[in-house]
Design a protein around this ligand. Sequence first.
Ligand code: GLV
Ligand code: GLV
Length: 327
Amino acid sequence: MVKKPKVLLTRLLPQPGINLLKKYFELKINPEDNIMSKEKIIEKIKDKHGLICLLTDKIDAEIMDAGRKLKTIANYAVGFNNIDIDEATKRNIPVTNTPGVLTETTADLVFALILSTARRIVEADRFLRGGKFKGWAPMLLLGNDVYNKTLGIIGFGRIGRAVAQRAKGFHMKIIYYEPARLSHDIEKKYSAEYKSFDDLLKESDFITIHTPLAESTHHLISEKEFSLMKKTAYLINTARGPIVDEKALVEALKKRKIAGCALDVFEKEPDVEKELITIPNTILVPHIGSASIETRTKMALIVAENVIAVLVNKTRPPNIVNPEIYK
Ligand code: GLV
Ligand code: GLV
């Protein structure tokens, strides 16, 4: 019998993915449900042909050097800023991600956050549980409407468009920013209007970020950007923490430059800027954008299929992020 290729998985995933992987590979799984240390990854990667990692694993040249037999890296996420792609490409290692399946799930969370922040749902829940509900009151917990408001979408890719689709149902005015304007057909399909970055900041009642983290988007939203926003605007970030300057965000909230924010991602996860925690008009959730049972299961199957493509079928994986190595 031919020996199965060896694959390292840095943390337990939903079972259907594990079952599929075990069919084809000798699978080594981090035995603990925690983030695998770099030292441990370096120790375990030595004889492995494939690495399945998470967005919480920073995969750099040192790890790739230790993995002398490494033929592929599969990230269990759509974002892949945790992996040094240039270093992987230099070593001819195909890197893959899990796009598509988490688009709608993440867009659902964006809407949950838009509604929760505008209608003060989390605050209202705390109020009631705190025993403060003494009966209906005309001025109790007044929030802001969502319908008919202007939604500014920064980054109009898959997730941005799925958010726009939902916003249409709320009769929102949809504006978007992308470095290059999109086709008329796409704009028409989502009833979305192109704006310059500054105009989007000035005109939006809700601003939601759907751009990957790269050098060009690091601190894309900082002091200057907050000063352009409406005082009544809400900022939603489910993309990557470092796209927003967290210190500038705290200042903007304290000085009432904006009305509130809802964050699923943070600059230094799992640490959160201390002051954010004390500011009431914020909703903070622990990076759960893709966290539905259905989607996390699909992501586990996709991650497995990508590794099977490279190590078993010796073909180009379906979700390659550095396709130049196949040119
Ligand atoms: C989650 O943040 C992902 O990139 O999949
Ligand atoms: C990610 O799936 C995106 O393109 O928005």
